[in-house]
Design a protein around this ligand. Structure first.
Ligand code: ARG
Length: 588
């Protein structure tokens, strides 16, 4: 089904154009601020009236005289200086609900008419370092964006731009060769149990031991010239690192896998030609020995033009060079129409300069949209950047384990009699869900305070609240139909419904808005629009359930109420599991 707001926007805009003779007078349809005046309102008449110098109220009257919306709304009303208020008809709502009911997979939501190829670049852990909480936000926000675009029908290409090629590899390879001289004969015999300490050891050795530092530098050269042995050790380190982060993606229900990896090393061979290209076009110049592009109006503190450095004076390429090569690849080889980068806000300048450079070079035109999706810092409950008690960075794995443990304690307290394996599953689902949902429900640009107590609370906009809302509806359904009856068969049998009160209609109006919540969340890359919607839906359901008994409904009331219950459950389930990657349980 077409989105209701799109239908309204299109029809009203068309009428405004017919009446005024003016193109480009959008109807500006929005949800009504106050339900007293209707469900939706069109706010565009005032601007149209101004254009043709006409009294807006008179124009509004003319427009509603010609509007054809009788299949959707009660007769429109005019308010204030020229707002058009719209109230949905019962039978329109009823028909929509029935249509949603018959579409199990997509809940009646159409795919976009012109799908695009969307590259989503997210997670990007750095090899040989454990993933820490800083990577959590990119990983899960990016994953939600990829899921949203995919659901809308776009061709999504996930790209995990892992840091697998920096100069730090020199010291890592040197250390590995030194500690395990037989590594090449028998690589399987060696595992990096603790990546972080392996990295730290290499770092302190290269800081304190000149001989070692020299060997490390030589290893960098060998790596860049593809020395066979060095490459083998490098590959081993990358493989070992992968063993640490792939399970975390799995635990988090993040859809990235090894095929999505296209790390910095992939672009190594393409960097020299990027620099050549920029120089040949006259866009890159030498400045203090380095090769730089000066795109746009970027200035440093002193007002001097800011360089986008693509090659250092010693010949080394940089993060910027790799990103230019990656962008070319995405445009030329992956055929991307849109590239979305998900990193913390501290990289904002880098991406602004990257995009400006690409534009300057003529790589991007109006058809290619580049977007940097930023997010703030994760803070501890003390308001300072999130750290362990001893001031170290918190490892992601430990954080998730603690969330699950704490969730287990809550389950034990609330539901001690459940079978052990069920308690364990609930703890896993709630613990991981809580961490993800807390992040999603936060405006991504704000810093956000990581608090186990808050995210595990049963009240408020949290994962456990939403998961419980779902389980509660499923339990209502079980009670309503009795043990042996399959609710789906009763629901498919419903072909006609009619409302008997406002609470039912309020819930129905909420349900048919799911498509809009998804569209806005995707367009702005803001998962919190989706979580807000789901939370509003759960609350509207509570009002409905308090006002309208389902178990004791009369035979006339039963079909619509049962359907409203089930569509609410399915919408929550879809939002959580398909779009946010948060698991649910049928019973809590
Ligand atoms: N590895 C990078 C970091 O840890 C993130 C990569 C982001 N993507 C990109 N194309 N630069 O900061």
């Amino acid at each position: 089904m077409k989105r209701l707001t799109d239908i309204l926007e299109q029809r009203i805009s068309q009428t405004i154009q017919t009446v005024t003779g003016q193109p480009d007078c959008p109807a500006l349809v929005a949800l009504s601020k106050n339900p007293k005046f209707g469900d939706y309102q069109a706010n565009g008449v005032m601007a149209a009236a101004k254009k043709i110098k006409k009294n807006p109220r008179l124009l509004a009257e003319q427009i509603i005289g010609q509007l054809e919306l009788a299949d959707i709304c009660e007769p429109p009303e005019i308010a204030g200086p020229g707002f058009i208020n719209l109230r949905l008809k019962d039978d329109f709502l009823e028909t929509r609900l029935l249509k949603i009911n018959t579409d199990n997979d997509r809940l009646g939501i159409e795919k976009v008419e012109s799908p695009e190829t969307v590259v989503v670049d997210y997670s990007g852990p750095n090899i040989a370092k454990q993933m820490h909480v800083g990577h959590l936000r990119s990983t899960i926000i990016g994953d939600c964006i990829a899921r949203l675009y995919e659901f809308e029908g776009h061709a999504v290409i996930r790209q995990n731009h892992i840091g697998d090629w920096g100069t730090q590899f020199g010291m890592l390879i040197a250390l590995l060769k030194e500690q395990h001289p037989h590594i090449l004969e028998n690589p399987e015999s060696f595992e990096i149990a603790d990546l972080e300490s392996f990295y730290q050891d290499a770092k302190s050795k290269s800081d304190n031991d000149d001989m070692f530092a020299q060997t490390a530098r030589e290893e960098v050269v060998k790596l860049h010239t593809h020395d066979k042995d060095t490459m083998a050790v490098w590959k081993h380190i990358v493989d070992e690192s992968r063993k640490h982060y792939l399970p975390i993606y799995r635990d988090l229900s993040v859809t990235l896998n090894q095929n999505d990896e296209r790390g910095e090393s992939f672009y190594a061979e393409k960097l020299a030609s990027v620099v050549d290209r920029m120089q040949n076009k006259g866009l890159a110049v030498e400045s203090d020995g380095a090769i730089c592009v000066f795109p746009g109006d970027f200035k440093n503190k002193d007002g001097a033009p800011l360089p986008f450095i693509i090659q250092k004076s010693d010949g080394a390429f940089l993060y910027a060079t790799t990103d230019l090569a990656a962008l070319r690849f995405r445009i030329n080889e992956l055929d991307a129409n849109k590239v979305i980068y998900v990193t913390d806000a501290r990289q904002a300048l880098h991406f602004q300069m990257l995009f400006a450079t690409a534009k300057l070079a003529g790589w991007t035109d109006d058809k290619i949209d580049l977007m940097h999706v930023t997010f703030g810092t994760m803070l501890g409950t003390d308001g300072k950047p999130f750290k362990t008690r001893t001031g170290g960075t918190v490892k992601l794995k430990e954080l998730l384990d603690e969330a699950v443990q704490r969730a287990a304690a809550v389950v034990e307290e609330k539901n001690p009699d459940l079978p052990e394996n069920q308690k364990k599953e609930i703890a896993r689902v709630v613990g991981i869900g809580a961490v993800k949902y807390a992040d999603y429900s936060n405006n991504r640009n704000s810093d956000f305070i990581f608090s186990f107590d808050k995210m595990l609370a049963m009240e408020g906009n949290t994962a456990p609240y939403m998961q419980y809302a779902y389980a509660r509806i499923k339990s209502i359904e079980r009670k309503a139909t009795g043990k042996d009856v399959d609710i789906q068969s009763e629901l498919t049998g419903i072909t006609q419904i009619s409302f008997s009160g406002e609470a039912e209609k309020d819930l129905a109006k909420m349900l048919i808005r799911y498509d809009q919540a998804i569209a806005i969340a995707a367009e702005e890359c803001r998962p919190n629009y989706l979580t807000s919607y789901l939370y509003d839906l759960a609350q509207t359901f509570s009002h409905f359930y308090n006002a309208c008994p389902v178990l004791k409904a009369t035979p006339a009331q039963r079909p619509v109420r049962l359907l409203l219950c089930d569509l609410t459950a399915r919408t929550i389930r879809h939002g959580l599991t398909e779009l946010l990657g948060i698991d649910i349980v049928e019973q809590m």
